[in-house]
Design a binder for this molecule. Structure first.
Ligand SMILES: CC(=O)N[C@H]1[C@@H](OP(=O)(O)OP(=O)(O)OC[C@H]2O[C@@H](n3ccc(=O)[nH]c3=O)[C@H](O)[C@@H]2O)O[C@H](CO)[C@@H](O)[C@@H]1O
Ligand SMILES: C=C(OP(=O)(O)O)C(=O)O
Length: 424
């Protein structure tokens, strides 16, 4: 039976939570384990639906993976396949990153296109053109990609835009290249740095991640390692926005302020006191916030598109109007209609959404449209009068270990219950 999240709003938040390991970091790292000849132990690995999907792909390829408390142990010695089925590929966006890793390890790969949140068109043309520049022959036929790369050669690859996934895919393929690869106009996201750090912990030589030029010296034999995954900045942003929405005083253990500068700046402008002490972040938020200046999503270090929906939810009851501009994805306002069911006032025109604060929100039956949109419904529900039933939470489970558990630790009234209506 499917489940829904039941949130009874109106409680100030008070409490502490430890931030899970980052989904967007651990997924490319799991693909990268294919390059290591030796066991890898990933500490702080979040237990997510997307991690389960990665484990299924690894096992399908002949690799071994099992949980040891909060660590995921992976041994890719048994790899005996270089193709991934359409069903496995469609489960998440990050399945695409297996392409670079399989090519580097096996010299060939056969797979289809990835799934992931539906946020408008999400092509992988930059991944494919970059891999072709490194020497891969890629034939696209009947929804499948047939890739052959008996010999990959390092060179400069200039990305048309700083795509996170393309940067990561090319980093992995480049580990299997002869010579040095330089990725120019690379994505600068912290998760790219985490991937670099993981690869280097396995004996690779990767430099420059975090800047727009990443160099990879290819051809090195990589060994296993034990590695701790970075904290999830988007989960942290979600909980900061939860406190902003409901009001309260919360502490996020392990959250890294340097990864969250644009989010914390917006929350401070809205009236929250956000402080970091080296071990975590505290947010003290009063009941009603102020609207803030335009929130324009942009590649890191700009405002993250993944935090757009949760910040929007936090500002639904603010005084004044806030303009959002979504510049990364064409269709990332699918949560807006659901928020309107709760009494929000939001007008969308193309890439712009204008949120005018209302005095009250009310509970309603709402449906997750995607991962962060779903989290945003829960953030809004914390400030709504009455009960909100959030259905289709399979989207939320892709990226949050247990959102209801964490919200409860922060003092919210939130629980997972059976969704009897959907199933009847
Ligand atoms: C698993 C993971 O890490 N997902 C993150 C990653 O997604 P993902 O890696 O899919 O996002 P990209 O950075 O690649 O995409 C950003 C933009 O580039 C475009 N594009 C991308 C690749 C390509 O080959 N061609 C192309 O045109 C996309 O359509 C989009 O407009 O970065 C996004 C942007 O920060 C985040 O929202 C996702 O949470
Ligand atoms: C959009 C996201 O994930 P994915 O790229 O895996 O769909 C996200 O993490 O918000």
């Amino acid at each position: 039976m499917s489940q829904l999240l039941l949130v009874r709003g109106g409680r100030r938040l008070e409490g502490e939570v430890a931030i899970q390991g980052a989904k967007n970091s651990v997924l490319p790292i799991l693909a990268a384990t294919l390059l290591a000849k030796g066991p890898v132990v990933l500490r702080g690995c979040p237990r997510l639906r997307d991690v389960d999907a990665s484990v299924r792909i690894l096992r399908h390829l002949g690799c071994e993976a099992h949980w040891e408390a909060d660590a995921l142990a992976v041994d890719t010695a048994g790899l005996n396949r270089c193709e991934i089925s359409d069903i496995l590929m469609r489960e998440m966006r990050s399945s695409a990153i297996f392409l670079g890793a399989i090519l580097a390890r096996c010299g060939r790969a056969d797979l289809s296109y990835p799934g992931g949140c539906e946020l408008g068109p999400r092509p992988i043309d930059l991944h494919l053109s970059g891999l072709r520049e490194l020497g891969a022959e890629i034939r696209e036929e009947g929804g499948f990609l047939h890739c052959r790369a008996p010999r990959l050669r390092g060179r400069e690859v200039v990305l048309r835009m700083p795509s996170v996934g393309a940067t990561e895919n090319l980093m992995l393929a480049a580990c299997g290249c002869e010579g040095t690869t330089v990725i120019s106009n690379a994505a600068r996201e912290p998760e790219v740095v985490d991937l670099q750090d993981f690869l280097n912990a396995c004996g690779a030589r990767v430099f420059g991640a975090g800047s727009s030029s990443v160099s990879i010296e290819g051809g090195r034999k990589l060994h296993g390692c034990t590695y701790r995954v970075m904290p999830d900045r988007i989960a942290a942003a979600t909980y900061l926005c939860a406190a902003a929405s409901a009001g309260g005083n919360i502490y996020l253990r392990g959250a890294e302020e340097r990864h969250l500068a644009t989010v914390t700046a917006a929350l401070r402008e809205a009236g929250c006191a956000v402080t970091a002490d080296g071990a975590g972040i505290r947010a003290v938020c009063r009941e009603r916030l102020r609207a803030v200046g335009p929130v324009q999503t942009a590649p890191y270090p700009g405002f993250p598109t993944d935090a757009q929906a949760v910040l929007m939810a936090a500002l639904l009851r603010s005084r004044g109007a806030t303009v959002f501009e979504e510049n990364i994805f064409e269709n990332r306002y699918r949560h807006v209609d659901e928020l309107i069911r709760m009494g929000a006032s939001i007008r969308v025109s193309g890439r712009v959404a204008v949120v005018t604060g209302v005095e009250r929100l009310h509970g309603a039956p709402v449906r997750c449209t995607d991962l962060r949109g779903g989290a945003a419904l829960c953030v809004a529900a914390l400030a709504a009068e009455g009960e909100t039933r959030v259905s289709q939470i399979c989207h939320i489970d892709r990226g949050y270990e247990d959102l209801a558990r964490d919200l409860r630790a922060l003092g919210a009234d939130a629980e997972r219950v059976e969704d009897t209506e959907t199933d009847s």
